[in-house]
Design a protein around this ligand. Structure first.
Ligand code: WTA
Length: 653
């Protein structure tokens, strides 16, 4: 990184101390760092005691065939028992596990006792459909309780699930069903999004036609009541198979390294990677970090994570970590603006949510809608706010803290990945003085560093690559069916040191706190200067007219790459428009970062292309910026956006 690129984020000097009350009663205090540093394995063995083991483990970490690490390998447990039954056994069966809110307004409270019965019935139904331990099950459902129940039912019988986003196409679903050889697909007739019922079953039908002979049955939840095509002998209604099944089911214990799920994630090349997670270590890591970072008090907190269960945040911080900890949580089916833009804040008000976890892209959308919307609700129940998925711009952090959190709630910016399974770099809310835009320091038990190309840790004040220097229990075990790609992608760059290469750029500030700068594949090189997309986006968003920005490096004959920015404006703020505004924004970036970072062109756009998990698809924006035919758009949440953007593309310069 050049000094110039670092200076912009380094000028961010605000810090927010932990609230005294929270600090005094925090689940995890400062001594955890020293304890974990003194005995890494012992620390994790202690955290594993949060779980109920059928057979205790005798070995903590097996690194004999690194990087194929194994954790707690000779212990046995049942993951679903840990997430459900043991809470009932401990006497909290009447506590609500899930406050479900459907988009049309239907609501359902499910206690732990009810969840236990439902998961047991589903486990019996899956067994009746011929699913046994080691089989794979694809789950393609809206955000309804049956999604959680299906995942836990698989875990209960030792089947490995792969949850596919409801927003993915039939093509994406087919390739996942085929890649993991799913014996059963669990879906719904449809789900509610943006005020109407959207169909899901037709995509499953189309997928099974593309890959015939793989899945034997399709289990269908009736959610919307819409018409569905029916295939006798293949399709089975959930209400027939599950509702009629027995609620008695004895969970079998599996080894800690038994595969729990596969989550597909896009890599730098075309084929998605099937990231494999296993049982004991994964549950230990997610339960501990959820307890530590959210300071969860299960008897009094109401937690809400707005992610979709179709991505890793939903797996780790809706299903496994929170339920292992006996949480009471909100599960919401729909979009934040349906039927009105205050829907989320209304839910927080109604359920007195205390812990809230969402993504920067959502926060920036709310900034665009203006603070008058959240200001109309009573959100005084909130005591902690989390962020995940991408770097949070300092302005978005401060807005989140002040408008949503009433300047009283700490913001925990949590860095992690599908691959890491659990949060890795994050403030501890009762310990860390947060800096807007920084994920701060590795959690207790996590070892990370920022290093140069050739593997030397960089000094404070400099940037480089983020690496994880010690194994952690929730780490991915491999890429399904492709051990070589696993080693090549994550372990080859720093093979000599045995470090995990995260693929993210980062810098250490003068205090050694870590600032994530985006994927290294998003780092641009302009005239030999390395520029971070995130940093320029932050500069643009710090302009009062800008709600959201996406920056790509477009190839340029003279400078190698040039900065091209796409900007969404905030509503209701006056100022110049058109070319004059573009000029003003270019100059603003120059002022914030330096002339080198000044975008070659800025397009004012109504929307940005995003995946269902809210990630901006920069690859597509790059196609537009370079006047190419736009590539594969199958993972886009709304495909029509690309046509609109292409029509606005700049002419080649
Ligand atoms: C990015 C999501 C900055 C990062 C849990 C990472 C972040 C990728 C943050 C993983 C954060 C996630 N600050 N960047 N707090 N959280 N990222 O697999 O580039 O969907 O490598 O996992 O998102 O995305 P994934």
């Amino acid at each position: 990184m050049t000094d110039e690129t670092l200076s912009n984020l380094l000028t961010e000097t605000r810090t927010f101390e932990p609230p005294a009350e929270l600090a005094a009663h925090a689940n995890v205090k400062a001594d955890a760092y020293a304890a974990a540093a003194a005995d890494h394995e012992g620390f994790w063995a202690e955290q594993a005691q949060r779980l109920t083991w059928a057979e205790p483990f005798t070995q903590i970490l097996d690194d004999s065939s690194a990087p194929f690490y194994r954790w707690f390998a000779d212990g046995t447990l049942n993951v679903a028992y840990n997430c459900v039954d043991r809470h009932v056994a401990a006497g909290t069966g009447d506590q609500v596990a899930i406050h479900f809110v459907g988009e049309p307004g239907d609501r359902r409270d499910i206690t732990y006792a009810q969840l236990k019965d439902e998961v047991s019935r589903a486990a019996n139904a899956l067994t009746d459909l011929g699913v046994t331990a080691g089989d794979r099950v694809a789950i393609y459902l809206p955000m309804i309780p049956e999604a959680v129940v299906s995942m836990l039912a698989c875990a209960r019988i030792g089947a490995t699930h792969t949850v596919v986003f409801g927003g993915f196409s039939a093509e994406a679903l087919a390739s996942r069903i085929e890649d993991c050889n799913a014996k059963l697909v669990i879906t719904a007739d449809g789900g509610y999004r943006r005020g109407s019922a959207s169909a899901l079953k037709p995509a499953v039908d189309a997928a099974l036609e593309k890959v015939p002979g793989v899945a034997q049955h399709v289990l269908v939840v009736r959610r919307t009541g819409q018409e569905v095509a029916w295939h006798d002998g293949v399709d089975v209604w959930w209400h027939d198979a599950v509702d009629g099944a027995s609620a008695d089911h004895t969970p079998e214990a599996f080894t800690a390294e038994h595969p729990l799920f596969v989550m597909y994630s896009s890599g730098t090349t075309g084929k998605p990677k099937g990231i494999l997670h296993t049982s004991g270590g994964y549950l230990t890591g997610t339960a501990y970090t959820h307890h530590a970072v959210f300071d969860l008090k299960p008897e009094s907190d109401v937690y809400w994570c707005t992610a979709d269960v179709g991505w890793i945040t939903g797996h780790s911080y809706i299903v496994y970590g929170p339920l292992a900890n006996g949480v009471t949580q909100v599960l919401y089916e729909g979009t934040p603006d349906s039927p009105h833009k205050g829907r989320w804040w209304e839910i927080i008000q109604d359920y007195k949510v205390t812990l809230f976890y969402t993504a920067p892209t959502a926060i920036r959308t709310f900034m665009k809608w203006g603070r008058s919307v959240p200001d109309g609700y009573d959100m005084s129940s909130l005591r902690l706010l989390g962020s995940v998925g991408e770097p949070i711009n300092p302005e978005a952090y401060v807005w989140y803290r002040s408008v949503v959190g009433g300047d009283r709630c700490p913001v925990v910016d949590t860095w992690w990945q599908t691959e890491t399974g659990m949060m890795m770099i994050s403030p501890l809310p009762g310990v860390t003085a947060g800096k807007p835009g920084s994920a701060m320091t590795p959690l207790p038990g996590v070892d990370a560093d920022v290093v140069s190309e050739d593997g030397v840790p960089v000094p404070n004040g400099s940037g480089g690559y983020l690496v994880l220097t010690k194994p952690w229990p929730a780490m991915l075990r491999t890429l399904l069916g492709d051990d070589d790609r696993f080693v090549e992608t994550y372990w080859s760059k720093y093979a000599d040191q045995g470090w995990y290469f995260a693929g993210d750029g980062a810098k250490k500030d003068d205090d050694g706190a870590i600032w994530l700068l985006g994927r290294v594949d998003d780092v641009m090189n302009v005239s030999g200067h390395r520029l971070s997309t995130t940093e320029i986006e932050s500069a643009l968003v710090s302009h009062p007219r800008v709600a959201e920005a996406a920056v790509v490096g477009a190839s340029d004959e003279t400078t190698g790459q040039a900065v091209v920015a796409y900007v969404i404006l905030r509503e209701g703020i006056d100022g110049v428009d058109g070319d004059a505004l573009v000029q003003e924004l270019r100059n603003h970036v120059a002022t914030e970062i330096g002339a080198i970072a000044k975008p070659r062109s800025i397009m004012i756009v109504p929307e940005l292309p995003k995946t269902r998990s809210g990630k901006i698809m920069r690859r597509l924006l790059k196609d537009v910026a370079e006047n190419r035919t736009v590539g594969d758009t199958t993972t886009l949440a709304d495909r029509s956006i690309m046509a609109a953007l292409s029509a606005q593309a700049p002419r080649p310069v």
